[in-house]
Design a protein around this ligand. Structure first.
Ligand code: DOR
Ligand code: ZN
Ligand code: ZN
Length: 429
């Protein structure tokens, strides 16, 4: 069979280390089939699924069930996060045995209402994680600040779209990143700060990296392409945790992504139903929106605008995620995508994002009507077309595999906590 990629660019498939595919638990929002179809259309060949499903991915049995679902439905490769918190310290060995890509710890409360561990418990979680060598992805928001603010705003009857922002001022994220960096330094835990939303988080991130903390960062297109200027246009729809911020945060975040301070571009793909996004009450609207399908086009648009190079893009979308999560397919293969995980893109294609035309079951995002230049035309996972000529290849349902099996296990760096580590592992045994 002849295949013509003339005029197109061949890139490593993107690795999106932050998606919520809702399966099991919320099939009306998304499932492994619709979510990975969206990924295939977005040039994304590997996704890491978050644990805030029903039930949360908190022990070996639940993890095994999610593995079975994903294996039967996925069009692209995947990793599964295990939940790390107060109640899962004891189940960490089962999660490791069951095959996770890493841990997710919710420092702040968000969709799914996973309880956030206090600082003492977070320190213990980091100690336990450090001993496994697995990285911990963090929803870094300070829960105490948010809860007090929200209570005060609700008592004052503030229900407008800005109340959501007022309850989550920038310090909510900055404090959590700073504290997490200290706790990681103290324990040797490897941490990954998800969805960096403020310019001010860059300082603790830079400083921790300079001190040798094993800390990496991620941001998403909405934190540097959207701002509070967009709230009046798409109120409710744009609600996300952490929130889209004031415009002055955009350029510093974008610059940090290009200079490598922020390692990874991901999406926090967080699908919800239309009714759940358009409730006329900022406190009960579901937070988040889909993104796995549009990230590559939004970023190639930045390449076309001369804001970064294609190599910059490949570094943040594929090389860095492969590096920090240990996903190079074999020793010495330091090219992401070299096992034929490929996105073939038309850099010249003008396209308008239409939520109604996307693969995600969630047909509601702030990107509806957004003009992009650059579109994935074909996507291959381990050599097989999963999306060809902008059409899904239905026969590849179930082709996706968990990538934890190829994950390299780096040696943990443990400082200062040998004694408490021993106490905890003996206690758990
Ligand atoms: O807005 C958000 N939505 N932030 C999160 O951290 C979770 C996500 C979701 O699962 O919907
Ligand atoms: Zn989050
Ligand atoms: Zn998320």
């Amino acid at each position: 069979e002849l295949f013509d990629a003339g005029g197109l660019y061949i890139l490593p498939g993107a690795i999106d280390d932050h998606v919520h595919f809702r399966d099991p638990g919320y099939p009306h929002k998304e499932d492994w089939e619709s979510g990975t179809a969206a990924a295939a259309f977005g040039g994304v060949t590997c996704v890491f699924d978050m644990p805030n499903t029903i039930p949360p991915t908190a022990n070996g049995e639940i993890l095994a069930a999610k593995h079975a679902i994903a294996a039967s439905k996925a069009h692209v490769d995947y990793g599964l996060y295990g939940l790390l918190g107060d109640n899962t310290i004891a189940t960490v060995p089962e999660l490791i045995d069951g095959g996770i890509i890493g841990f997710k710890l919710y420092m702040g409360n968000t969709f799914g209402k996973i309880p956030s561990p206090d600082t003492g418990a977070t320190l213990e979680c980091f100690e336990v994680a450090a001993a496994t060598g697995k990285r911990v992805s963090l929803h870094a928001e300070n829960n105490e600040i948010m809860e007090r603010r929200q209570k005060r705003l609700m008592a004052a009857g503030k229900k407008d779209q800005w109340a959501h922002l007022a309850a989550r001022p920038n310090v909510v994220a900055v404090e959590a990143v700073s504290r997490a960096a200290i706790l990681a330094e103290w324990t040797g835990a490897r941490i990954h700060v998800l969805h960096i939303s403020t310019a001010e988080e860059l300082r603790p991130l830079r400083e921790a990296k300079a001190r040798g903390v094993d800390i990496t960062g991620e941001t998403c297109p909405h934190y540097f392409l959207l701002s509070t200027d967009d709230y009046a246009r798409v109120p409710g729809i744009i609600a996300v945790n952490p929130p889209v911020r004031e415009r002055q945060n955009q350029q510093p975040i974008f610059d940090a992504l290009v200079d490598g301070t922020i390692d990874v571009i991901a999406t926090d793909h967080a699908p919800h139903a239309y009714e759940e996004k358009t409730r006329n009450d900022i406190w009960t609207v579901d937070c988040g929106f889909p993104g796995v399908e549009t990230q590559m086009s939004l970023m190639l648009t930045q390449v076309n605008a001369g804001r970064m190079t294609i190599s910059d893009y490949v570094r943040m979308s594929a090389y860095n995620p492969a590096r920090i999560w240990g996903l190079f397919p074999r020793k010495g293969a330091l090219l992401p995508g070299s096992d034929a995980d490929i996105a073939i893109v038309d850099l010249d294609r003008d396209h308008i994002i239409r939520d109604a035309e996307t693969q995600s079951r969630s047909k509601v995002s702030p990107w509806d009507g957004y003009k992009v230049k650059g579109l994935p035309i074909h996507t291959l996972v381990r050599g097989r077309f999963v999306m060809k000529d902008r059409k899904l290849v239905p026969a590849t349902k179930g082709w996706g595999r968990s990538v934890h099996t190829i994950q390299a296990m780096p040696a943990p760096v443990v400082r200062n906590t040998e004694h408490s580590m021993q106490a905890i592992t003996q206690g758990a045994a």
